[in-house]
Design a protein around this ligand. Structure first.
Ligand code: ATP
Length: 221
């Protein structure tokens, strides 16, 4: 069993998230990918955080109709800040015991990983999948692979070597970090929120069902 964990605020879920989800499932032959909205983001203070129930509903509406993609409410149900190490522990013990776990995150998230709770343990317990990211009009679509490699290398704890065959960095204990170069989808949740506030269209940024839900609930105005 190969299971992916893709956490985030999903405030709201957008087409960038979905592109990441689909490419990770295909590239790593995942049997399941859990999309895990957090209850309280420990490292972000968004201008506005929609209620957890709404963020969860929007993820549900956006999920591709394929049983490999699943919503997990584990972080929503857990009180307090949503620490990834607690989520990994939960999945390894109670949801998919014995599975190879892939923890998916954007490059922006990876660059801050050293500030996460018990972050070194994450490297031992999951394979990290770091996804390249293009932010709000900033053009890094042509970013040099070597810059990306440099960013990853700078954050690796200890001695890692690049394994060409597996295209990942590995250490002697078998820890593995993959860089997944995805098609750049220049969307962020903050951009979606800003556009809604400014009365601008979001049809290109979120799936139609999510757009309809946001309108019906008058979210992010
Ligand atoms: P915000 O703009 O509010 O900070 P966000 O768009 O970064 O939100 P999150 O829910 O915080 O969305 O992101 C969850 C994960 O998805 C993070 O690891 C983030 O790096 C990644 N991610 C989000 N958008 C993209 C994108 N367009 N391309 C690649 N990765 C992305």
């Amino acid at each position: 069993m190969r299971a992916g964990l893709f956490g985030g605020t999903f405030n709201p879920i957008h087409k960038g998230h979905l592109m990441v989800a689909e490419q990770v499932v295909e590239r790593f032959f995942l049997d399941r990918l859990y999309i895990i909205p957090c209850r309280e983001p420990p490292h972000k203070s968004p201008d506005y955080l929609a209620p957890a129930t709404d963020r969860v509903r929007m993820v549900r509406l956006a999920l591709p109709g394929d049983s490999r993609y699943r919503l997990s409410e584990v972080e929503i149900r857990r009180s307090g800040p949503s620490y990834t190490i607690d989520t990994v522990t939960h999945f390894a013990a109670a949801v998919v015991p014995g599975a190879t776990l892939f923890l998916v995150m954007g490059m922006d998230a990876f660059l801050e990983i050293h500030t996460w709770k018990r972050w070194l343990e994450l490297f031992e317990r999951v394979q990290l999948v770091v996804v390249t990211r293009q932010l709000d009009g900033e053009s890094d679509a042509d970013a040099d692979r070597s810059i990306m490699d440099g960013c990853i290398r700078a954050r690796l704890p200890g001695e890692y070597t690049y394994d060409e065959k597996k295209s990942c960095w590995q250490n002697v204990h078998g820890a593995c970090i993959h860089l997944l170069e995805t098609l750049p989808v220049a969307v962020s949740s903050s951009q979606v929120r800003r556009r809604i506030k400014a009365g601008r269209p979001i049809a290109n940024l979120v799936p139609p069902a999510v757009k309809a839900y946001i309108e019906e609930k008058e979210l992010y105005r």
